[in-house]
Each structure stands twice: as C-alpha cells, then as structure tokens.
Design a protein around this ligand. Sequence first.
Ligand code: 86X
Length: 654
Amino acid sequence: MVEMSSFGCYGAELAADEGRNAAALAACRTLAEELTELQFPAPRILAFKEGSSESRYFVSRLIPAHKDPPYKQEANFHSSKHLTTEQWTKLKSSFVHFDDPSFCEWIRNLKVVPPEKRRSCRRWDLNIDLLGVIEVDDMAGVEQRQNKSGGGKYFFCSGGKKKEVKKETGLGLSFTKDENFGEWYSEVVVNGEMIEYYDISGCYILRPWAISIWEIMQTFFDAEIKKMKVKNCYFPLFVSPGVLQKEKDHIEGFAPEVAWVTKSGESELEVPIAIRPTSETVMYPYYSKWIRGHRDLPLKLNQWCNVVRWEFSNPTPFIRSREFLWQEGHTAFATKEEADTEVLQILELYRCIYEEFLAIPVTKGRKSELETFAGGLYTTSVEAFIPNTGRGIQGATSHCLGQNFAKMFEINFENEKGEKGMVWQNSWAYSTRTIGVMVMVHGDDKGLVLPPKVAALQLIVIPVPYKDADTQGIFDACVATVATLSDAGIRAEADLRDNYSPGWKYSNWEMKGVPLRIEIGPRDLANNQVRAVRRDNGAKTDISRVFLVEQVKGMLDKIQQNLFDVAKQKRDACVEVLKTWEEFVTALGQKKLILAPWCDEEDVEKDVKARTKGDMGAAKSLCTPFEQPELPEGTKCFASGKPAKKWTYWGRSY
Ligand code: 86X
C-alpha cells in the first residue's frame, strides 16, 4: 500500500467545502487524476448507501439538498411529496452529511492502493461517487464504517473490482446524458448555476449565468430589429376579461392556461384580472387607435417581457415553464407583400440566433394547417431536434396574421387615394426556451457546454501553483493574461480564489461550461507559455504568450464551429427519409426525425396523431422545410396513400 501523505491536506480542503458537494466530488476526481499523472495510481473509491435501491435513490437525490427546507426538497424531488412522516424521518436519519466528521476523517486518511498488474491501462479506473445511485451485489472486500453522528452507514473500498458495481455514475453529476436524460438535464441546469428551483411548480429562478446568455442574444436581436425600424415598447402585464375575450376563437383553446388575479389583500376584486399569456388582445385595440392613414404605416413594435401560461404537462426549466421571458414583435403593414417579406427576415434572425450564436442546426419551414396559430394566416418556424430524446422542438415562430386580427380589432387605414383598407399583420417571438435547447444539445456528463458566442465568460484562467513554486509570479501571470485577453475583447477572468484547489476549479468551470480554460503553472511561467484546455473536446494546447490573443481567438472560433458541426452530424444521423406507414412507425420507435412525402391534408395529420398515441406522446408534423428535396411525380403520401404534395418533417416533439 502506498501512503499518500499529501492527501491529508487535500482532504481537509475538500472537507471544508461542505455545501458544495457536487463540485467538491468532481474536484476529488480531478485531484485523483492529477495524482495519477504524477505517477501515483489513482485510488478507486466507492461509497454507497446501505439499504434498498429505492432508498439509495431517494438519498442520492436528497443529499445535495439535505439542508434545504422541505418545499425545496419537494420541488427538486417530486415523489417526496408522497412520503409519510415516518418515511421522512427514516430517510433524513440516513443522510450522509458531507460535513460529517467521520466522512472528513475518511477523506483525510484516504489510502491509495496500487493496481493489480494492469500495466495496459496507465490510468486506473476511477470511481468517486458519493451522490449517485450505486448498486452493489457483492459486498465482499468492502469495509464498513459507522457514521458516528447521523446513524447512517456508508461503505467504501479502495481498489475495488469493477464487477461489484452494477451501475455507476460519475463526475459530480449523478446522472448521465445517455442513461437518464431527464434527470441529467435537471441536474445540469442546477449545478451549472443557471437555474434554482422555486416553491411554485413550473417556475424557476434564472440565475446570472442564464440571464447573461439571454442578454447576449437580446443585444444581437434588439440591434437587428432596430435596423429594420422596429421600436420597443411596453404594454401592461394585466388584461381585463373583456379585452382578453374580445378575440374568442383565438383564446378558446387556451382558456385553461390563463392565470387570474382575484384578490387584493383579503378582499375579492370586483372584476378578476388576467395575466398576459401573449399580448395580441392587449396591444391591438391601440393599433386600431393609432393607425389612421397610410402615413401611420408600417407600425412595428416589439416588447421584451414575461408571459404566463399555466401549463399542466410536465414542466421543464427553460423548455416548458409557467412563466417565461420572450420578445414579442407585432407589426402592421399596408400590403401583404411587405408582411410576407418581414416574416422571412425575422425567421432568418431566428436561424442566426440558433445556428451562429447557440451553434444549433435548425430547419426553416412552414407549419401545417393544424399547427398554424389559430388567429393567423400562415406560420413559419425554425425547428431544432434533440437526438437523445428523439424529439423535435420549435425554436421560434414568425407568423403572418393576414387581416384576421385587423377585422376583429378594426385596424383600418385610408390609402393615398382615400380608399379604406385593412392592415396586414405579423407577429413573431422567441423565448428563454432557446437556452434549454442549447443545454440539451451541447451539454455532456461534465455539465454545461456553452458556445463561445453566448458565454458570459469565454475563458477562465486558473493558477496552478505547486508547493515550492513562485506563487506570486504565477498569480501575476494570470492577471496579466486576463488583461491582455480582455483588451482584445475576449470575455476572460482569472479564478484566484485561494480556498479551492486547481482541480476543484477545473471541475467547477467545466460544470458551468466555460469554453476555454487556461492553466498557468511553474513550467508555463518558465517557458513564457500557457496551457489551453478546450471544454468541447478536452484538447490541450501549449500557447506561447507572444501569440496569446490570435491563438485564443482562433480556438474560440474553432470551438464555436465544432459545436455546430458535431450537433449537425448528430442531428443528421437521426434523419430518416421514408415513404411508407410501416417505415414511419419503425422510425418513430427509433427516435428518428422523419422526412416523408405528405398530401398536406389536415384530417390526415389528425389521423397520424390518433394512430401514434401512447405514453410517449403522439407524432405530429414539425414543419414543411422551405428547402424541398425533389418530389418525383406519382409519389404517394406516407400516411394516406393519396398523391403527395410536399416533403414534411414528422416526429414526437416538446
Ligand atoms: C399563440 C401566438 C403569437 C405573439 C406568437 O407565437 C408570437 C408572439 N403571439 C401565440 N398562443 C396564444 O395565443 C395563447 C393564448 C392564450 Cl389565452 C394562452 F393562454 C396561451 C397561448 N399560447 C399561445
């Protein structure tokens, strides 16, 4: 047995990290990896809870929040609502506390065991996982240690055999993207510090890390629409019932989703007030008032605001939340041609946000009749795809409303010749859902992966001082590096905190998805270089400080491009072009994004929905892409057998 005396200090440091369990664990892993690099074999560390797999599951979910108030635990883990008081007490008493003295002691006394003759793999399998669900079928060789304060037990072993572990999870996240996508997603947005759960279901706190992404997209989009002469405005959050119901057809299907204010203090309001789910009915009465003659046109307004839709189906941060942020543009023109042109201009901006900023490939196209906004003439959208779940997701929409709302709200104008006409309207929106799609597409088992163009921090500089090294010199080099990069317009910071190890910092910034990490250690200092490590592929490059700015800029561009290329490859690999119903059903079962010839009849789409109903949700049309492959004469609709009119994307969707 090889004793690692230096482990003691790291152990103490990690133990001091109570309350930051996930990151501390990830740091533990990185630390062990570093030790391996320094020729010591990595320790194999397993820790797991006693009890049924069910209880382990509970514990794995609740440990990170064991100090949270019950409402928060419930928000994080819905099933806990159904626990009896007794079950709760039992569960709580079995928590492993990371500030538990025996745990700290264990970390401090950690021993590193040399590998059994396995020279083939230089680096030992590493498994540090105190949070995850680990099932053990063979307890032989496993030491047992009584948790002194809590009464719970945990077991650990060093150099354990792989076969003892049925399912292992890793790296500060207790779920993997491939094995449990839903849990992985929830964990990533929380541990990546984008989201904090809140005590109202479907509502989430957007932390600075998320808002900064939103703001970067907002800055771009806002400037672009201003070039198009769109003006920003703000209409009230509250809607009177009369106004809300003015346009009955459009509201009808949505009514259950409208949230109402019925009280002020203890007294009932005489007339309840609705909270906007979208602002057509709020804004258009004023369009009617403000538009008189052709000189008042076009009227192009946009607002950045929140909306509330009281959804009932499974809420998901960013993707489906009861309150969300968006921009809603509402424009009015004298002619249909102008409106048509704008629909596509806006759609191009949405493509740009997804492809150029978020590095997510999207398809531009037109929605089917069934999927068209009820009050509109036609709907266009950009559609993204999540390979892990095999679901399409509408990224943003740009509608031509035609003259439907003009009729309803009497938005009329007089042209040059003194003739009366009705305006042609558009409306368009994208929301904070964009951020969720980004997390789903790029995130990995180490956490978030942010494309450089939307990352608040594009680069993090981490000092790596060794014991006898010139610590001050290293810190100075870090500060100077940040200054050089910042001057060149790169969003860079140094993590100079002295209460965290370099390894802990690596994991922490990986979890937060920062695109590029720069490490500066004694060797780098001596060689006037820095070491750059890419978040997207882990590639390490030594860069001379002489060429720092050009090299870093080049790398950030490469990361941005690579994220897009990889995402596109993965999406394209899921596309299945097919022509028959049998193929369609098979492909749907394989989580494919289906492109099929269609007769474009509403009843046929309804029929497809009905025929594919199930607990996974029905399939529907996603869009008819503007870029159409050739459709040979005589091609039949995959669902009805009638003559096909166009190629349309189909699949399950969010
Ligand atoms: C549809 C249509 C449209 C402006 C956009 O897609 C772009 C920006 N609005 C929004 N929609 C509703 O109209 C709606 C209405 C109510 Cl009352 C509701 F509760 C939910 C809704 N959801 C969507």
